[in-house]
Ligand binder design. Structure first.
Ligand SMILES: Nc1ncnc2c1ncn2[C@@H]1O[C@H](COP(=O)(O)OP(=O)(O)OP(=O)(O)O)[C@@H](O)[C@H]1O
Ligand SMILES: [Mg+2]
Length: 311
């Protein structure tokens, strides 16, 4: 078999974040002022793809964007990170979505227009391209409303083609954690929820119970625990790592960066505790800068800072 051209193909959503800092709650018929603003790449899947590429994996992205400024911004951002964007479909009839974040630390309110991400479907998949990758990752399951009912099929076919699969659902805005997710888990090699999501999906208030239930459905369960690091349950064994203490600037994209570190070491054949350590190192690095990709803009400094964590 020819050598694979890509380590990971990410199937995902593309939207931008506009963050306004220290704003009063909006009121109709009033203009109010924010103390600061930031315009950045949003999207769990895009942040994972970008950061995974910045730490050295070969990454391609399949997604949908409008033919507009936000779409250009997202694609340019991914390209700056070294991600192959040739399979991002530009659709003139659609708008690239946006999330307005009203940030009053530690609280934030999010307003999202989903836009093109809701229109990516199974029919948009380029199977010949997917076959070039060793692994398929999908982020933001619940926001990808056009494809979520078919992710089980997508994963099943990818696995039949010899790829491994991973899934980070992120939060379900409807708080339903539907049947289509449960159908996807048996085809998921690496499942990457955070602790709150794991509880919701397993429909329990106790993490031990959630772990017991979810480990039966996926090959490897990796649960993100915020500043407490993370844990992995695989082959009947539990691995834990307390994370790396850092000075937090902003936590956007911590989970997505954890995914990047974890998947990179998995694809290098590392054991689960190594995957977990690299996941935590990338998560910790992410929270030291503004935005999901802010700490992953320069390969050399990323490597240096990860080495400082990992020794
Ligand atoms: N305050 C922190 N200090 C150090 N590391 C952190 C901190 N917060 C998060 N991390 C690292 O980032 C990882 C992911 O964070 P978290 O558990 O918040 O994921 P998440 O809720 O999925 O995040 P996201 O909001 O990006 O979806 C953690 O497992 C940990 O390694
Ligand atoms: Mg998350």
């Amino acid at each position: 078999m020819p050598e694979k051209q890509l380590d990971v193909v990410v199937v995902g959503e593309l939207n931008i974040d506009l963050v306004l800092w220290n704003v009063p709650m909006p009121e109709y018929e009033k203009e109010q002022l924010a103390a600061d603003m930031r315009f950045a790449m949003g999207s769990s899947s895009a942040i994972t793809a970008h950061n995974l590429s910045m730490i050295g994996s070969k990454v391609g992205f399949i997604g949908k964007a409008g033919e507009d400024t936000f779409g250009d911004f997202m694609i340019r951002g991914l390209e700056r990170g070294g991600v192959d964007t040739s399979r991002i479909i530009r659709d003139r009839s659609l708008k690239t979505g946006a999330t307005i974040v009203l940030a009053n630390p530690p609280k934030k309110a999010l307003l999202t227009y989903m836009g093109a991400m809701a229109n990516l479907t199974l029919d948009d998949m380029d199977w010949e391209y997917i076959a070039r990758a060793r692994h398929l990752h999908l982020g933001c399951f619940f926001l990808q409303t056009g494809i979520r009912k078919d992710v089980a099929k997508l994963f099943a076919r990818a696995k039949a083609m010899g790829l491994t699969t991973s899934l980070d659902t992120n939060w379900d805005p409807e708080d339903k954690w539907g049947e289509d997710l449960l159908q996807t888990l048996p085809y998921t090699d690496i499942f990457l929820p955070n602790d709150d999501e794991a509880l919701r999906i397993a429909r329990t208030a106790h993490l031990e119970q959630a772990i017991a239930a979810l480990q039966k459905q996926v090959r490897v369960l990796a649960i993100k625990l915020g500043k407490a690091g993370g844990m992995v349950r695989a082959n009947g064994r539990t691995y834990t790592h307390p994370g790396f203490p850092v000075e937090v600037v902003e936590t956007t994209g911590a989970g997505d960066s954890f995914n990047a570190g974890f998947l990179q070491r998995f694809l290098q054949g590392a054991d689960w505790s190594e995957c977990l350590r690299r996941g935590n190192a990338c998560g910790a690095l992410a929270v030291t800068a503004l935005g999901g990709t802010g700490a992953f803009t320069d390969r050399e400094s990323v490597q240096k800072r990860l080495n400082a964590f990992l020794g």
